[in-house]
Design a protein around this ligand. Sequence first.
Ligand code: ADP
Ligand code: GN1
Ligand code: MG
Length: 366
Amino acid sequence: MTRDLKEIFSFFRAEGTFLTGDAFGSGHIHDTFRITTAERECDDYILQRLNKKVFKNIPLLQENLERVTAHQRMKLSMIPGSDIKRECLSLIPLKANNLTWYQDEEGEFWRLLIFISDHRSYERVDSPHKAYEGGKAVGRFQAMLADLPGEPLHETIPFFHNIGMRLDTFHQVLDRDPVNRAESAGNVIAEIIRREEQMKIILRLGEEGRIPLRITHNDTKFNNILFDSNDKALCLIDLDTVMPGYVHYDFGDAIRTASNKALEDESDLSKVAMDIDIYKSYAEGFLSETRETLNDTEKEYLAFAPLLLTYTMATRFLTDFIDGDNYYKIKYPLHNLQRTLIQTELLKSMEKQYSEMQAIIRNLSK
Ligand code: ADP
Ligand code: GN1
Ligand code: MG
């Protein structure tokens, strides 16, 4: 593999000599490698073999990333003291042409990014300060892209957060039950089914024109926010799903991951609970950047967003489990079922604290 990585790396217009290439990070979608270079003064890089089962059209996906990062770069260049290489992703083009992706002879797609040096990332959050910083970073990201010129971004995964579509897929897979797993998941299937209607509220508000589509990140899992060594948020990474969406998707997914006292991959269910202090600090950071832009209905339903996104992930993990594990990378046979149980438990913890969550947003929205 190292030889291949070195060869793939050589097709990109990067500075420095390939030294090492090793698997990096804990993303569920792409194969990610950190490339170190021999020269001290040269950047390291992130080389990714992109998941073309999940993203059906990589050239269009890359076009989105090029537009988004160019816009961010332009905005950052107007802010004195900003560190562009660390505050947004930098795509490296090929030597042969200006494309930002390489397709190898097996049809696999690769891209190269500058490695954001000296960063920290967190799977879960243990201090209100990090949560506040994370919330601010997500709010700032949305504000920065609000005036992206040109056509709407491509929908890299159509209906990505559309819970109606997710539930339709869930029921289709459940009816087929291709690997006979439905029976073993009976309890958790019932938990999903009994909440179906209430979870469609955000979609209904969109249809009624009460909440607008904005440019959202759509994968604000907390480890997609990078921090510097002083725990100041640097930037959001993993821009593959940046496309039109509702503000609730970004608010909710970050809380889903940041406020859980346990990891998404936790084995001990009893550790799972939502930490309301983390929720509050994240909301404070987020609203400090977005209070003026969001309309009253968007704000009113922010507290519901973590419940929706947690429910959505429970549904997606469960669908993948019943389908025979075709989407998420798994490390053991029942991994997707365990992930579903964790999300369901977290959802119940949020439901218990829901009125408090609403009161916090009401106070912060004033
Ligand atoms: P996935 O979609 O599989 O989650 P990501 O694009 O999030 O892929 O990348 C996986 C991991 O690689 C991230 O969680 C992060 O640890 C690391 N990573 C990605 N891009 C960069 C970057 N530009 N600089 C430093 N680390 C990065
Ligand atoms: C995937 O790419 P990654 O690992 O950051 C998934 C998200 C889920 C997350 C759950 C494109 O995110 O939607 O919330 O796993 N991304 C895609 O851990 O499906
Ligand atoms: Mg990721």
